[in-house]
Design a protein around this ligand. Structure first.
Ligand code: SF4
Ligand code: SF4
Length: 56
């Protein structure tokens, strides 16, 4: 399961741009992850400046 913490997220879009599978969608203040496409590569977790994304 992959998710972002709404309290921490700055909605900067960095995670969206870094995902090689295009599975992150950001619309205003809503982030959605398409888990069927996610390969758990961890790139979005590493790029997030505030550590808002967690992979479980
Ligand atoms: S773990 Fe990788 S594939 Fe999954 S959402 Fe993050 S960047 Fe995309
Ligand atoms: S990189 Fe982090 S702070 Fe930026 S939109 Fe993604 S989850 Fe939010």
């Amino acid at each position: 399961m992959i998710k972002s913490d709404k309290e921490l997220c700055l909605y900067c879009g960095a995670c969206v741009g870094t995902c090689p599978r295009n599975c992150i969608n950001l619309k205003e203040t809503i982030i959605e992850f398409d888990e069927s496409l996610c390969t758990k590569c961890n790139l979005c977790v590493r790029v997030c400046p505030v550590g808002a994304i967690t992979l479980e």
